[in-house]
Structure formats: structure tokens, C-alpha cells
Design a protein around this ligand. Structure first.
Ligand code: PXP
Length: 248
């Protein structure tokens, strides 16, 4: 089985900073700590409304990181220009609506293929590995492969909600969709990632899927960091991922 990478999403360090409008806590400091704790990459979502990560954070991260940056963005011309300027290691295209609290669903790739293809190609040509954040739905995955994405990131939100709310039958059904979607994506030649809402309780079955090579995790790690510190919170997630993968 390929090694499972952990991308740590630092958006919510910026959320806390912005609550007071000052400079602390610093997302770059969090990113460096995450690197030290074993993160294989750092993920940051520059939203259109700049509610957490700001343009200057992306510049500072590009400057400071030793591990790859995964730049999450909506498919807009403004974000495309920013990504093409920085040429991050990876770009993950996500849907974005101003009124949502977080990224609530996957991208509508099947119904918007021509428009999204116009985003994928220039990013790929600039050297970024382009990922599409999709629901675990075969139609979306097949459309992602058709428009030339290298990666799909499977949205684990519905599964994680069911785990958190103790709805075991729903959690099993959602996990089944994710398992099948991972196989479909792998068979279509796509690299498979997963993320959204993952916690210590929900990460195991997703980490155990042999097709999945990267998880992106943010909100839970930052919440846990309040009580046990960021490095320890990340190390514990890494330990659970390794255990689910059959390692130590
Ligand atoms: N992957 C993608 C594409 C996301 O948009 C997000 C949320 O920003 C995450 C992973 C991480 O989700 P969470 O913060 O719930 O762990």
C-alpha cells in the first residue's frame, strides 16, 4: 500500500486571528509546527471573502514552507490568477458559496465540465497537480477524469457527520459510497485523496482504503490543539492513520 500522506489545513488558525484583527495566532507558525509534527503538506483555502486565509498568508506560506503547499480555491478568474502567480505544488478546486460555513458539497463537475476544464489545463501546464473536490459519486469522478484532473479529493463530510451523530447505519452506507468511489477513481487513473470533517473517531476506515494516498484535515486538529497542543494533536492523528494502514 502506498504511504498515506497527511495534509494539515491551517485555515482556522487564521479564523482565530481574524476574530481580533491582529497578527496572532500566526498561520505560518502553525504550518511550521505541523511540519515538525509530521505533516506531509500544508493546505490553505483562500476564500473569495478572505474570511480566514488572506493573500499575504499565501505569500508567507510559499516563502516559509519546506513541505508542499496545497492551495484550495474556487474556480474563479481571480483565484486562477493568484494560483498561476504562485504555482503551488498542488491546487484543489472546491465549490464556494458565500453563505456557507464551510465547503458543504463537492464540485458539480459533470454538469460544468467545459468551464472547469478551462481551469484545470492552465494550472496543470503551470506545473501544479490539480485536484477536484467531489462527492463520492461515480458521475463526478468520471467527469473529473475526462477533463484532465490528476486527483480527486473525496468529500467525507456526510460520513463524518453520521459518525459524530452516532448514526451507525448511515455511517456504514456513506463509507460504502466512499470505498466504491475510491475504487472507481483509481480505476480511472486518478490519484485519490479524501477529507472534510475527519476526526480521531472517523479517520480509521478512510485511512484504511488502499486507493487513498492523502488525507486533508483541519478543523478537528485545530480544535484538539487547544487542549493538547498542535504538535501532539497531529502526532495522534498520524498514529491513528498509520494504525489503520496496518502499520505501527
Ligand atoms: N479538503 C477540502 C477540499 C476542504 O475544503 C476542507 C475544508 O476546508 C478540508 C479538506 C478539511 O476539512 P476539515 O477542516 O473539516 O478537516
Amino acid at each position: 500500500m502506498d504511504r498515506l500522506r497527511l495534509g494539515v489545513n491551517i485555515d482556522h488558525v487564521a479564523t482565530v486571528r481574524n476574530a481580533r484583527g491582529g497578527a496572532v495566532p500566526d498561520p505560518v507558525r502553525a504550518a511550521k509546527l505541523a511540519e515538525r509534527a509530521g505533516a506531509d503538506g500544508i493546505t490553505a483555502h483562500l476564500r473569495e471573502d478572505r474570511r480566514h486565509i488572506r493573500d499575504a498568508d499565501i505569500e508567507a506560506l510559499v516563502e516559509a514552507l519546506s513541505v508542499p503547499l496545497n492551495f484550495e480555491m474556487a474556480a474563479t478568474t481571480e483565484m486562477q490568477a493568484i494560483a498561476l502567480r504562485h504555482r503551488p505544488h498542488a491546487v484543489c478546486l472546491v465549490p464556494e458559496r458565500r453563505e456557507e460555513r464551510t465547503t458543504e458539497g463537492g464540485l458539480e463537475v459533470a454538469g460544468d465540465a467545459a468551464r472547469l476544464a478551462d481551469y484545470v489545463a492552465p494550472l496543470r501546464e503551470a506545473g501544479s497537480r490539480v485536484s477536484l473536490f467531489v462527492a463520492p459519486d461515480p458521475a463526478q469522478i468520471e467527469a473529473a477524469a475526462r477533463i484532465g484532473a490528476a486527483v480527486v479529493e473525496l468529500h467525507t463530510g456526510a460520513y463524518c457527520d453520521a459518525v459524530a451523530e452516532g448514526r451507525t447505519a448511515d455511517a456504514n452506507a456513506e463509507m460504502d459510497r466512499i470505498r466504491k468511489a475510491a475504487r472507481t477513481a483509481h480505476a480511472a487513473g486518478l490519484e485519490v485523496h479524501a477529507g472534510h470533517g475527519l476526526t480521531y473517531d472517523s479517520v480509521g476506515p478512510v485511512a484504511a482504503l488502499p486507493e487513498v494516498v492523502e488525507l486533508n484535515i483541519g478543523h478537528f486538529l485545530m480544535a484538539e490543539a487547544l487542549f493538547r497542543g498542535l504538535e501532539d494533536a497531529i502526532r495522534e492523528m498520524r498514529r491513528r492513520m498509520n494504525a489503520a494502514r496496518g502499520g505501527a
